[in-house]
Ligand binder design. Structure first.
Ligand SMILES: *Cc1c(COP(=O)(O)O)cnc(C)c1O
Length: 231
């Protein structure tokens, strides 16, 4: 089933890319495998999927073997607590949910001790919903980016957001366009930093996100089915 779902999602992503008049292949597909089994992940892998997203540090640690299949890439996309930074840094290829300057510094410090450079996305709360993580104000985001220039062991690669709850098309469009404008502003302010990745769009809202300029969609349910909360 995963294989068929994956093929269908890829088709829908490319259809949205074409409808937006954008270049074929300009949107990367992340398979969000939280609360799905290693068997399901491998089914996606065998079907050609390489990029995976997970929300919880413990789950990454428990589920993924130390030695991974060739080319498999795992990003953390869920809120990261400071006391779990040491654990997660050696386990993932990128952290796409950095939401404070303090966390950014902490990751930088840990990556330095690990002798590596961690690619990161800064998460922005485009809907202002309190339950969501992400930078809430542009001032806070810019303050983190001001500091990022001096950090040697994190590499800023772009911005990430989670669309508003509820799936209202107009609200989604507002939130996603806001992140795109913010990315444009970041490019102007920080010409030496990279903002190539705009990670936005999930199972229910990815066509809108692609229309608004997303370069990476994070799809869970449409690939793996409903999440297994007893996993
Ligand atoms: C769970 C999750 C997704 C995937 O959501 P679906 O609706 O299942 O596609 C994407 N991004 C984040 C940050 C998530 O937590």
């Amino acid at each position: 089933m995963v294989k068929e779902n994956l093929a269908e999602v890829k088709k829908e992503v490319e259809a949205a890319v074409a409808a937006a008049g954008r270049k074929k292949g300009s949107v990367a597909l992340m398979a969000v495998s939280k609360l799905h089994t290693w068997e399901n992940i491998m089914e996606a892998y065998e079907a050609g999927q390489r990029l995976f997203g997970e929300n919880h540090v413990q789950e990454v640690e428990a589920k993924f073997p130390k030695t991974r299949p060739e080319g498999m890439e795992v990003h953390l996309i869920g809120h990261l607590q400071g006391n779990k930074v040491g654990k997660i840094v050696p386990l993932v290829d990128a952290i796409d949910s950095v939401d404070s300057l303090k966390l950014l510094r902490h990751i930088d410090h840990t990556a330095a001790m690990d002798g590596r450079v961690m690619p990161v996305l800064l998460e922005f709360n485009t809907s202002g919903e309190e339950a969501k993580s992400g930078f809430l104000t542009e001032e806070d985001l810019f303050a983190a980016l001001d500091a990022a220039a001096g950090l040697q062991n994190v590499k800023i690669e772009g911005l990430m957001t989670v669309g508003p709850l509820g799936g209202d098309e107009e609200k989604n469009r507002e939130a996603f366009s806001r992140l795109t404008r913010l990315r444009d502003e970041c490019r102007k302010r920080y010409p030496l930093l990279c903002f190539d990745t705009l990670s936005m769009g999930m199972s229910d809202d990815f066509p809108t996100a692609i229309a608004c300029g997303s370069t990476m969609v994070r799809i869970g349910t449409k690939i793996f089915g409903p999440r297994n909360y007893n996993l």
